[in-house]
Design a protein around this ligand. Structure first.
Ligand code: NIG
Ligand code: FE
Length: 423
């Protein structure tokens, strides 16, 4: 057994998923809390005084003294492109010099640059480079992450990426949720016959991915100049027909209709939403679509604005947060940084941001039965924050004292010194 006792502040995020409206910020704090787990499953989470004595006296119990830190659920990052080859640092420099993401993409840079490198990389190369990124994410508190294909844009490379993701899922601690995103961009050689590419995605890629059970979700970049709402709808419905659940990149660079597509196809999540119109918000609310917001992408792409998070929450749409780790604008692996931007650039309270990074992220990935909150029966995935939970948004300070994944301490700083615990 693993027991953490006398936790300074425990926020369990327990109480059902998703959290929306006032419920998203109504997160009770337990002072002097305790969490106990048997192997990878939680047995107890609540006030230390209610901890059953039997859980502290078992002979194989490791007790950690929690007086110096707080405990929150492990972060669930519901939107990443963490698998890619090469890098786009030159584009970053150009953007800092004034070029926009859309300009660079129109000139044949952007996603297609990463596609060239990813096609040339071996499956082993992809596993190795992505493993490093997942370790960074874990050190920032992420214990479950979605990860997309989409830098192949041909059958062989899309399958290579998804096989590499499957391998990584079994050989490092972060639980991975795989998404097929063949519709991430139109490859250069299809730009004058785009319908042929849509057909390739629908007729060849989706059946091949589904046949080998290589992905759980299907995603599309619905945007002006990329996939139209009509094409996005067809692709997501074709995926759903083969058991790939829909999610979508929507209204990121303009109001391109993605939020309405999400409602029509019954997507679990619509992501980005920087330019979501009022009717898109209402359509999402009525269809029960989660808004996954990626403020670090808006920040690093210098879009000059952020998604209307307050309007989404006030309309009753559950809001989740994710990093969008990718070689273009996804330079931060940190869910705490996404939470910081959510609080200071999008007007969320700390509790709203925490629910967005945990239980609502879990719901956005259909993992709310096993992760996203600290409750008996769920996985023992937890972040140990030095000080109070809100200290986690102190950018650059080493406030994450430890990360527990499936009951094992998988990351720790000296604060979580084994000498301070008893066996
Ligand atoms: O979420 N919008 C499309 N996809 C990514 C960017 C991927 C890239 O630039 O490589 C995003 O922003
Ligand atoms: Fe993305």
């Amino acid at each position: 057994l693993l027991v953490i006792r006398h936790i300074r502040q425990l926020i369990t995020c327990a109480g059902g998923a998703p959290r929306s409206g006032a419920d998203q910020r109504d997160l009770p704090i337990v002072h002097d809390g305790a969490v106990a787990a048997d192997g990878e499953r939680i047995l107890f989470a609540g006030p230390d005084k209610d901890l059953p004595v039997s859980l502290t006296t078992a002979p194989d119990t490791r007790v950690i003294d929690g007086r110096a830190f707080s405990v929150v659920p492990g972060f669930v990052d519901g939107h990443t492109h963490a698998m890619f080859a090469g890098d786009r640092r030159e584009e970053l420099r150009r953007r800092l010099g004034g070029a926009s993401y859309a300009e660079i993409a129109a000139e044949g840079g952007g996603i297609v640059t990463t596609v060239r490198a990813t096609r040339a990389a071996s499956e082993e190369d992809l596993v190795a480079s992505t493993r490093v990124r997942l370790a960074e994410m874990l050190g920032c508190g992420t214990t479950t992450a979605e990860i997309k294909s989409g830098y192949g844009l041909d059958v062989a490379t899309e399958l290579k990426m998804l096989r590499a993701i499957r391998r990584l899922a079994s050989e490092q601690p972060v639980d991975l949720v795989p998404t097929f995103m063949g519709a991430h961009e139109i490859p250069l050689d299809y730009r004058h016959r785009r319908e042929d590419y849509v057909r390739l995605v629908i007729d060849e890629m989706i059946p091949a991915v589904a046949a080998d059970h290589l992905a759980e979700w299907c995603d599309v970049f619905c945007e002006t100049g990329v996939f139209t709402p009509e094409e996005s709808t067809r692709i997501l419905q074709a995926g759903a027909g083969r058991g790939l659940k829909p999610r979508i990149h929507a209204d990121e660079l303009g109001a391109s209709g993605g939020s309405q597509v999400a409602a029509v196809v019954g997507a679990r999540s619509a992501d980005h939403l920087i330019f979501v119109p009022g009717e898109g918000i209402r359509a999402m609310r009525d269809a029960g679509v989660v808004a996954t917001l990626l403020p670090a992408a808006a920040f690093y792409l210098k879009l000059g604005r952020f998604a209307p998070a307050r309007a989404l929450i006030d309309a009753g749409v559950p809001v989740a947060l994710a990093t969008d780790v990718n070689p273009g604008g996804g330079f931060s692996p940190s869910m705490p940084f996404a939470m910081t931007l959510a609080c200071f650039a999008m007007g969320l309270t700390f509790e709203e941001a925490l629910a967005a990074a945990t239980i609502n992220g879990a719901y956005s990935l259909d993992r709310h039965d096993s992760v996203g909150s600290l409750e008996p029966g769920k996985l023992m995935d937890a972040v140990l924050v030095a000080g109070d939970p809100i200290d986690v948004i102190r950018v650059g300070a080493a406030t994450i004292a430890g990360v527990i994944k499936r009951g094992k301490v998988v990351f720790q700083t000296s604060m979580l010194d084994p000498r301070s615990s008893q066996t």
